[in-house]
Design a protein around this ligand. Structure first.
Ligand SMILES: Nc1ccn([C@H]2C[C@H](O)[C@@H](COP(=O)(O)OP(=O)(O)OP(=O)(O)O)O2)c(=O)n1
Length: 178
């Protein structure tokens, strides 16, 4: 089950969902529109190694926009900081960004109950496209979770992406043992 607009508002009033900044005009019928934060990042190395810490460099999107090109993975970040304490949040694209050939996540759209942070976006494009800080970039949808939870994401010792930040965060796959 996915939360409706009214239900998302009720959860915000209860404090089980936090979205900062929040603007009720960003509520869709059963979603909330999120926006592109001002920082992007790219990996320093062209060849990535899943076992190693691949470092990134951050840069600010200029006021008059920044052109993304195919063949490069850009890490972006939502302007919105979110907390979700009782539902499973999912980050999805928007039809309007999809129609510009912009993908906002490579494979990971799911969030965890207890996730408290901005969302890192794994952005790739089908053809060159100029993007702007503050543009609508995706939407959050909230699923009802079935069953009780033993360990919330923000209580997990090995939660990799819960350190509060306004910048995109690189892959922490290197912390996995394999
Ligand atoms: N595009 C995305 C998708 C998810 N997340 C956040 C919300 C999730 O709660 C958190 C962890 O996502 P995953 O469980 O998919 O990631 P991992 O399994 O790699 O990390 P961990 O071991 O910390 O669970 O990252 C994000 O910032 N950007």
């Amino acid at each position: 089950m996915i939360l409706s607009d009214k239900r998302i508002l009720e959860e915000i009033e209860k404090g089980t969902i936090i979205i900062e900044p929040f603007d009720s005009s960003c509520l869709g019928t059963n979603s909330y529109d999120v926006h592109l934060g001002k920082y992007l990042a790219t990996y320093k190395s062209r060849v990535l190694d899943a076992k190693k810490h691949n470092e990134i460099e951050h840069f600010e999107i200029p006021k008059d926009g920044y052109v993304l090109h195919p063949g490069t993975l850009y890490l972006g970040v939502t302007l919105e900081y979110t907390e979700t304490h009782s539902h499973v949040p999912f980050l999805e694209g928007k039809s309007s960004t999809g129609r510009l050939g912009i993908d906002i996540h490579a494979t990971a759209g799911k969030g965890d109950v207890g996730f408290c942070n901005t969302w890192t976006l794994e952005i790739s494009v089908a053809q060159p496209v100029k993007i702007y800080a503050g543009m609508p970039i995706g939407q959050l949808i909230y699923f009802v979770v079935e069953g009780s939870i033993e360990t919330m994401y923000n209580r997990k010792d090995n939660a990799k992406y819960n350190n509060k930040t306004t910048k995109p965060v690189e892959s922490m796959m290197w912390k996995n043992v394999f």
